[in-house]
Design a protein around this ligand. Structure first.
Ligand SMILES: [Zn+2]
Length: 170
């Protein structure tokens, strides 16, 4: 792994970074660039200072931080990744990833959001979270999420619902 793109600072999205960096420390030929907005990078550094203080010193140049600017594409290997702001309870970005002739959009955690509709247009694959069905819509929106029907409404292609990512082969 060479590039890690982080959507936002909630623990279920960043909690794996400390174990990942611990594993990286034992693999001297491997390096990692962590991409996130300045606010999320600050939260990641704070988290690491609590969980594995000194990790940046251990890893040296093998750990790099890259600030993302919403709307501005970044290059990671042979992929172009464009972050875009979504509507969550903290600052959060989705990603439009172009590689070869294919485009994938990861909507991240979000309430229904015009930016997701715009960035998902003409994509080959949209990964969109869903907090639940319409009966929990009020709670989903309160926590910054979408319902399954709201997620489905974003995409004009065929829709497949999965409770995890095992259904897809990336
Ligand atoms: Zn979240």
């Amino acid at each position: 792994m060479r590039h890690l793109f982080v959507t936002h600072s909630h623990f279920d999205h960043v909690g794996g970074l400390a174990p990942l960096l611990t594993a990286l420390a034992t693999s001297p030929e491997t390096s990692l660039t962590v991409h996130a907005t300045p606010q999320t990078l600050g939260a990641l550094r704070d988290l690491l200072s609590l969980t594995i203080p000194g990790v940046a010193d251990w890893l040296g140049d093998r750990l790099r931080w890259a600030e993302l600017i919403p709307g501005k594409p970044s290059i990671a290997g042979n992929a172009e990744v464009t972050p875009f702001l979504v509507d969550h309870s903290v600052e959060c970005v989705g990603f439009r990833l172009k590689q070869g002739g294919s485009t994938m959009v990861h909507a991240a955690d979000t309430r229904p959001c015009p930016n997701v509709v715009e960035y998902a247009r003409d994509a080959d694959l949209l990964l969109h979270e869903a907090y639940g069905l319409e009966d929990v819509a009020k709670q989903a929106h309160a926590f910054g999420h979408s319902t399954a029907a709201e997620a489905q409404a974003v995409f004009d292609g065929p829709v497949e619902v999965s409770r995890d990512l095992d259904a897809f082969d990336f």
